[in-house]
Every structure is written in C-alpha cells, then in structure tokens.
Design a protein around this ligand. Structure first.
Ligand code: SAJ
Length: 446
C-alpha cells in the first residue's frame, strides 16, 4: 500500500493502515518530512495519539517514508492520494499537487492497482482530471485496468485520529466492484462503517456539501450577528436558545472562517457550477459574508477604543488567539491575520499571545509568554480564537494588567459580558455590540 502526501491527513492515514497490519510506503516530495517520519517523529503535536502510532509502525517496519515515487508506487495494490487542494489568489481551485501526484503514480503503478483520492476536490474532478492523468502516464484504462475511487477524508484537525476511527467513510468509484473493495478496506483497517455511494463525483459532492453547509450556516449566523448588534439583541443568546429545537444546528458568529478546508471548499463547487452554467450564489455569498468578518472585528475594535477615549492609532492592542480555530497549531487562512494586519496599518501597537504557538513568531509578531503579559498596558484586548486556556482566564487579572480604562473585544463570544464589565472592561462582542459605560444597562445582580 502507498500513501501519497504525508500531511495532516496522509500521515495518520498511512499510520492507521500500517497499524492494521498493512505494509505502507509513504511518499512525500519534502525530504524533511520523509526523514522525520522514518525517525518515528511527527510534527503534528496538536494531534492526540498520532506520534505514538507513527513511531510504533515505523519501529515495526510497517511504515516507511520515501521521496522516491518509484519506490513507493511500484508494487502497491492500493494507492491513497492525500494532497492539499488550496485555492489560488483568484479563488480558483489549485489541483496542481494532486495532479502531479497522479502523474507520478501513473508512471509506476501496475495493472490491477486501486487509486483512492482522499483529497477534497470538486465533484467530477476525479473522473475528469485525476483519472485521465493516471491513464496518460500508465497507458491503462480507469475502472478497467485499474480502480479509480474517491474516499474523501472527514476528520477534524485537532482530533484526526479519533475521527478516522469513528466517522463513517464515503466511498464512490466507477464500478460497484471497486467501490466494494475500497469500502471493505476502510471498514477492515479503520473499523468504521463505509457508505457506498453511486460514484466518485457523488462522494466528492457529499464531502463538499457537508463543509459548505457549515460555511453557509456560519455566514448566516455572522450576518444575523451584525444585524442583532444594531437591534440590541445578543446573538449568542439567540443561537443557544434556537439550539433547544431538535432540528436546529447551531453555528456561531465570530472573527471569520479559516483553515485549510472551509474557506476554499466552496470554490470547488462554484468552479464546477460555472463549468455547467450554474453558479451557486448562496455558496458564494456565504464566502463573502464570512470573509468580511475580520473587517467587522476591526470596526468593533475602533468603536470600543473610542468608548475608552482612544483611537486605534497609537493604542496598544493585545490579540489573544491567532490560530484558525481552538486547539490546533495551524494559522492557515486564519481570519485573525487580517485583523492584525489591518490594526497594524491603522497604527495600533500590537502584542500577540496564543497557547499553541508559545515561543514562536506569528504574522510578524513574537508570541508573548502569557495572555497577561500580552495584555500589559493594553487599551484593548481582542479575543481572536477561543482556546480552552482562555476559558479559565481571570477577567479581573486581565483587567488589572491592561490600561485603565480598557476595552475587551470578544470576537468569539467566549467571555461573559457581565463579568467583563464588572472586571472594569468596556465589553464589545461580535453579535453583542458594546456593553459597559454607555452600553445597555446591566441586569441587576441576583
Ligand atoms: N467557525 C465559526 N463558527 C462556527 C464553527 C466554526 O466561525 O460555529 C469557524 C472556526 O473558528 C474556523 C472555521 O470556522 O475558523 C472552520 O472551523 P471548523 O470547525 O469547521 O474546522 P475545520 O475546517 O478544521 O474542519 C472542517 C470540518 N468539517 C465539518 O465539520 C463539516 C471537518 O470535519 C472536516 O474534515 C474538515 O473541515 C476538512 O478537512 O474538510
């Protein structure tokens, strides 16, 4: 078996197949990744249990990494493609890495091999791009001489291994037989149910639909958040209360949507829609709404600073949490980056703290040793990512560290506005607006 691409999805995929007894060759173009893997090491320190599984299987000789496509591919019965599929600056899907891999695989694969695409791609891309690339290089015919299947990954960064062992997989291909073979492979190796769907394009449509469903619903909550700020309604209170209804799926407003998945996945569907003259407008509007949220947080920061008699220019602003979501050491397309950049352009003096990035530099800033160190003398504290550490953060201590008066801009509704104001902050939340000083009167203490 070969796994192509030893990233946050490919490495655990290779390790779990090896753990199930397969002999796995992991192929990656990055020699440092190959060296690290063969040493039994793992750079995803934010993925619980992954290092142990990698080390165990490398030591057992069941997992070997290589930069040689020939070494990895020739002789493999199953080949799994786990390559990144970002979008470029024009929001056009960039499938170059998965296409290059398909060309490599096609060159060395043998007749009877089954090629499985786990990378997230637009519906039809496996049939129209990956299959032909394999055929061109191998001279073999897809679904005749070799199997061509899709089994998109469905694992949440930060709990990838747990999800790989629990979340049902989706399998589709060009033949019932191939679908059955691949489904049985994942059921046997990962111990999860594998749902057989009609074909690859359907499997990819399922994957994209579940991510776009999330992105569009986050956009709805972000749109309502801005409206509710103007109506004096607490968006979090509304969503929490809606969630008491069985068919409401709660999504929360915030600083925006980041990561390697949601900000790009919509554009795969849009690209396939454009090809057939059907643009999914709701999907596109959802992206635009979510992409505007960092600017909204900057506007709230300026408003909150104004409330404490300050302007952005010359003010010290501390940003707590910069990774794209809590609990991961990943800043890919993090919405907090543009918040930091805009505030910097507006003349703010910024400090940054993130528990996942201690001792590192991020977005041009050295990460402070603690939230309190970052907040020292700040006129405004902006919460960008609601890491669990911040749940135990004493707002009294934070207020003591900050300047007097100071504002707290909560871009993730992580703090209790009442407690924040009692601690001495002017509180301003996405979907909640300004509280304290001239904000709505606080409810009487019970
Ligand atoms: N976010 C909100 N409000 C919410 C939920 C999330 O603003 O209510 C933001 C997060 O802060 C983050 C972004 O959205 O910036 C993405 O968060 P996420 O929790 O969706 O995380 P991802 O992108 O790491 O994982 C998603 C997951 N997809 C779904 O849950 C449908 C994961 O299961 C997928 O495997 C992953 O995309 C992927 O690889 O496609």
């Amino acid at each position: 078996m070969a796994v192509v691409g030893l990233g946050r999805i490919g490495l655990p995929t290779a390790a779990l197949f090896a753990d199930a007894g397969a002999h796995v060759k992991g192929y990656d173009v990055d020699s440092a990744v190959v060296k690290e893997t063969n040493a039994g090491e793992c750079r995803f320190t934010d993925e619980p249990g992954l290092h142990e599984v990698v080390r165990r299987n490398v030591r057992a000789g069941r997992l070997v990494a290589t930069i040689s496509p020939r070494d990895a591919i020739s002789g493999a019965d199953f080949i799994v493609l786990c390559l990144p599929t970002p979008v470029d600056l024009t929001r056009t899907p960039d499938y170059s890495a998965v296409r290059r891999a398909a060309l490599d695989v096609g060159k060395w694969m043998k007749k009877g091999t089954v090629v499985i695409t786990e990378s997230t791609v637009g519906p039809g891309v496996v049939e129209s791009m990956i299959g032909p690339a394999l055929e061109d290089q191998s001279g073999l015919k897809a679904n005749v001489d070799f199997g061509l299947a899709s089994c998109p990954e469905r694992s949440d960064p930060g709990k990838i291994l747990a999800d790989m062992k629990t979340v049902p997989r989706i399998v589709g291909s060009g033949s019932v037989g191939c679908t059955e073979t691949v489904a049985s492979l994942y059921e046997a190796a990962f111990g999860v149910r594998a749902i057989r769907v009609s074909n690859s394009r359907t499997a990819n449509a399922v994957k994209l639909t579940e991510n776009i469903f999330r992105d569009v619903n986050i956009a709805l909550s972000n749109e309502f958040a801005i409206l509710f700020e103007k109506l004096g309604i607490d968006a979090k209170e509304v969503i929490d209360t809606c969630a008491t209804k069985y068919n409401f799926v709660a999504h929360y407003p915030g600083a925006g949507v980041g990561g390697p998945c949601l900000p790009s996945n919509s554009y795969y569907m849009i690209a396939e829609g454009v090809k057939v003259g059907n643009i999914p407008y709701l999907v596109r509007f959802g992206r635009e709404i979510n992409d505007r949220m960092p600017d909204h947080v900057v506007e709230l920061t300026a408003e909150a600073l104004n409330e404490v008699g300050k302007t952005v220019r010359g003010s010290k602003v501390a940003v707590l949490g910069v990774t794209y979501k809590p609990g991961v050491k990943d800043v890919q397309l993090s919405p907090v980056k543009s918040i930091i950049q805009r505030l910097s352009v507006m003349g703010a003096e910024l400090t940054v703290y993130d528990p996942m990035l201690e001792g590192e530099r991020v977005f041009g800033y050295k990460v402070s040793k603690s939230a309190l160190e970052a907040a020292g003398g700040a006129s405004c504290v902006v919460l960008g990512t609601a890491h669990s550490e911040f749940k135990n953060l004493s707002l009294d201590d934070l207020s003591k560290a900050a300047a007097k008066p100071a504002a707290l801009v909560d871009a993730r509704n992580a703090f209790d506005p009442v407690k924040a104001v009692r601690a001495g902050f002017v509180y301003c939340g996405v979907g909640r607006g300004l509280r304290g000083l001239s904000g709505p009167a606080l409810p009487k203490a019970p």
